[in-house]
Design a protein around this ligand. Structure first.
Ligand code: CP
Length: 351
């Protein structure tokens, strides 16, 4: 018997399949397609808080006729241990070796949100918690944001880029690092780079010295982009990067150079407060629009004038979490899809 499907990040699925999923999301949004997952149950296990991910997935499941079972670790359900062979004397009362297969007896798929502990990047880039769920569940497992990637956000980012740019190939996408009071995970920036690369964009990551993204993620993204006429590079020259930008994504993340040594990293991060994105910065681009995954700290990451101005696409981007979540669930659970808004039924995929 083959292992159940997983979607822990873009590398798990072929690019053509991701592009097909985006096309389905666009059709669902435009009313050109409908889908059904009637009678299905999806468990949503959250180790961390959420507004968009939880609300979009619950709404998507309801619209598809399926039922979500949302569980919040430490607040109504158990903390789960994912490491093998540990003596469970800490907070966790349940091991993933039992928790995942038990949930799989009730549900047709399991979504997991597990942020990194921000301790050891070599371990965290392997998505230890999500991978443990995927190993032990007997149904598909998908990421609701892990330690290294946030693919549901990446899908919404990609759909927004397609909507705003038409054919984004060759157009410049700038991911610009931003200040923040705390070191944040690299999951969103990694997935944003992968999303723009999937669309064949010219991806430029502007960040201070020491804040480079994982070379493995950048290398994989560059190969993905080049196959579609794009490219991925990093620079410390934000002014140069913003020149010619068609889309600008501001995001903070902790410096990989000091990963785990956050007291030292904080001293460096404090020196880069001038990386807050301002409306004047966007004027350097080619009529760019602004993206951010949300939630965002106003006037720290980006100033009010950008978020409240005409270039902001952040609410449209958040809406696209719903349509892309519906498309992912339909594909992952092999739901019925009907084009041209014919009434949905439970039959095989037509697209
Ligand atoms: N962008 C995003 O994942 O939002 P939440 O953390 O609120 O789910």
């Amino acid at each position: 018997m083959s292992a159940p499907e997983r979607f822990l990040g873009f590398p798990d699925w072929a690019p053509e399949r991701l592009l097909d999923l985006l096309a389905l999301a666009a059709d669902l949004k435009a009313g050109r397609a409908t889908g059904s997952l009637r009678g299905k149950v999806v468990a949503l296990y959250f180790q961390n808080p959420s507004l968009r991910t939880r609300a979009s997935l619950e709404s998507a499941l309801f619209r598809l006729g399926a039922h979500p079972v949302a569980l919040n670790a430490g607040a109504g359900t158990w903390d789960v241990e994912h490491r093998d062979g540990v003596v469970m004397e800490g907070l966790a009362q349940e091991h993933v070796r039992e928790g995942a297969p038990v949930l799989a007896r009730y549900a047709d798929a399991i979504g997991v949100r597990a942020f990194p502990r921000l301790a050891n990047w070599e371990e965290e880039r392997e998505e230890p918690v999500l991978s443990a769920f995927a190993r032990h569940a007997t149904c598909p497992v998908f990421s609701m944001e892990g330690a290294a990637r946030h693919p549901l956000q990446g899908l919404a980012d990609a759909l927004t880029l397609q909507e705003r740019l038409g054919d984004p190939r060759g157009q410049r996408f700038v991911l610009t690092w931003a200040p923040h009071p705390k070191p944040l995970p690299m999951s969103v920036p990694n997935s944003a780079v992968e999303a723009a690369a999937l669309l064949g964009m010219e991806v430029v990551v502007a960040r201070p010295e020491g804040f480079g993204l994982d070379p493995q993620v950048l290398g994989w993204s560059d190969a993905l982009a080049r196959a579609r006429g794009g490219s991925v590079r990093e620079t410390t020259d934000r002014v140069e990067a913003l020149g010619g930008a068609r889309a600008v994504y501001a995001k903070s993340w902790g410096g990989l150079s000091w990963y785990g040594d956050w007291d030292r990293e904080a001293l460096v991060r404090k020196e880069h407060r001038d990386w807050t994105l301002r409306a004047a910065d966007l004027e350097r681009g080619r009529d760019p629009f602004f993206l951010h995954c949300l939630p965002v700290r106003r006037n720290v990451v980006v100033e009010d004038a950008v978020l409240d101005g005409p270039r902001s696409a952040v609410v449209d981007e958040a809406e696209n979490r719903l349509w892309t979540a519906m498309a992912l669930l339909l594909r992952l659970l092999r739901g019925g899809v009907h084009r041209d808004a014919q009434p949905p039924h439970e039959g095989p995929l037509l697209a």
